[in-house]
Design a protein around this ligand. Structure first.
Ligand code: BGC
Length: 446
């Protein structure tokens, strides 16, 4: 039986994902009007967009420390407050300098939330539904991206970029208020020695009957002391980091944000000439992204993480090769546009039930409690660095090797992902967090 309380806690924490999606997505529509209002040159305009990712890198890099030092709940509350401040500051920014600062602050919050939201959800989830609940966080990201897109379209008429950026204050407030009423993660409470409170929270999550096995397992795992960065000297922790960073980087360099951020441009390259249709096609892709995430929510705990990853990557591979072939051999015109739309729907749809959510699920599962905050921080940080590289270089690479070449590179990287999953990634479905082992036999790293 899923307790409504657990669902509620996971949903509130997932607001961090909603803001992640919204704040990374909204700028693409807002920037045109920001440019006009402040008379920005391309370099400065590019910086207004890029500074969010720089903030994300700093936020993700420091979040693990804060989550371990002050707790998961306070860290999520802090993320909500920073989101709110950043949103307000963006909406009322009198100068470009303030706007850049505000977007940096928003980025900080996004980075922070991208570590702490899945971490919190994973730690409060019963093992049997953990995959589904952490996938809820990915669902929130996709809803956020779609909402940003809709808000951009609504305010595009009036050119009100302040409203576009300011709307994010509403979910920020919801996150802060919601988290005020949510409990701390019991695993964190055990870790800092608040045994009675931890026991009580565990009871609220599982019901008193099932607490004992879980508690015994957590306590057993805590016999190894918290040793900060030194934990990464242990072979299994180091190997978990290798898997976490590997998955995080592969999730980004297989091209998802080339499609999410540059959707309209890709459609324009495929001959969907008028910008209205290109934007419409992008919206369709956004809806597919939301809908297919439900597959992961409903099936990652039944079929397992790895089968979903294989299926997801296979679909992405077919889509990318088709897209590359269409660009290489297509003669333009409406058929190329249609193939592009079909391929992008297939690509994003397959990402949405596999490589998108499952990477976050696994990153939140593979580290032992002592190294979870730091491990997730470093993995997530790598995801943002890789995202930054893709966002900066996608158009340049297209210029250098052409569209077909670029999509083939992504296809190749999807093949690398499949091999990586087969070779290194453990199956974690329905396993207690403390029982998850990344090294099944003897350590391979010493
Ligand atoms: C990725 C984001 C991406 C989003 C798309 C997330 O899992 O980390 O970079 O924009 O999925 O839905």
């Amino acid at each position: 039986m899923i307790r409504p309380f657990v669902l509620l806690a996971a949903a509130i924490a997932a607001l961090g994902g909603l803001l992640f999606g919204y704040d990374t997505g909204v700028i693409s529509g807002a920037i045109l009007f920001v440019n006009k209002d402040f008379g920005l040159k391309p370099e400065l305009s590019g910086f207004v967009v890029a500074v969010v990712t720089i903030g994300c890198i700093i936020g993700a890099g420091t979040a693990g420390y804060f989550a371990d030092r002050f707790g998961r709940r306070w860290s999520l509350l802090a993320a909500g407050i920073i989101f709110g401040i950043g949103g307000l500051l963006s909406a009322f920014a009198p100068t470009v300098a303030t706007l850049i600062l505000a977007r940096g602050v928003v980025g900080l919050a996004v980075g922070f939330a991208s570590v702490v939201s899945p971490l919190y959800v994973s730690e409060i989830s019963p093992a049997s539904i953990r995959g589904g609940l952490v996938s809820l966080y990915q669902l929130a990201i996709t809803v956020g991206i779609l909402a940003a897109y809709i808000v951009d379209v609504i305010y595009a008429r009036s050119g009100d970029w302040r409203m576009m950026l300011g709307v994010a204050v509403v979910p920020s407030l919801a996150l802060v208020i919601g988290m005020l009423f949510m409990p701390e993660s019991p695993r964190y409470l055990f870790k800092v020695g608040k045994m009675a409170q931890a026991h009580e929270e565990l009871g609220r999550i599982h019901g008193e009957a099932d607490v004992d096995i879980e508690e015994a397992s957590i306590l057993e795992s805590l016999k190894i002391k918290d040793i900060g960065f030194a934990a990464f000297k242990m072979p299994d922790v180091r190997f978990a980091l290798f898997i976490g960073v590997g998955l995080a980087v592969l999730q980004a360099i297989t091209g998802i944000n080339a499609v999410i951020y540059y959707g309209p441009q890709i459609f324009a390259m495929a001959g969907i000439a008028d910008s209205g249709s290109a934007i419409g096609a992008t919206a369709v892709v956004g809806v597919v992204n939301v809908l297919l995430t439900f597959v992961a929510i409903l099936s990652s705990d039944r079929f397992g993480r790895k089968p979903l990853l294989y299926l997801s990557c296979s679909g992405m591979l077919i889509a990318l090769v088709t897209l590359a072939a269409a660009f290489a051999f297509g003669k333009g015109g409406s058929s190329l546009g249609l193939i592009a739309l079909g391929s992008m729907m297939l690509y994003v749809g397959c990402f949405a039930f596999g490589l998108g959510p499952i990477v976050w699920v696994l990153i939140s599962e593979i580290f032992p409690l002592q190294a979870r905050g730091l491990g997730m921080s470093i993995s997530t940080l790598s995801n943002w660095v890789a995202n930054f590289v893709i966002a900066q270089f996608f158009i340049i690479v297209v210029g250098a090797v052409g569209q077909a070449g670029t999509f083939l590179i992504f296809a190749l990287l999807v093949v690398v992902t499949i091999v990586f999953v087969a070779k290194y990634v453990p199956e974690t479905k329905r396993e207690l967090l403390e029982k998850i082992r990344v090294l099944p036999k003897e350590p391979v790293v010493s």
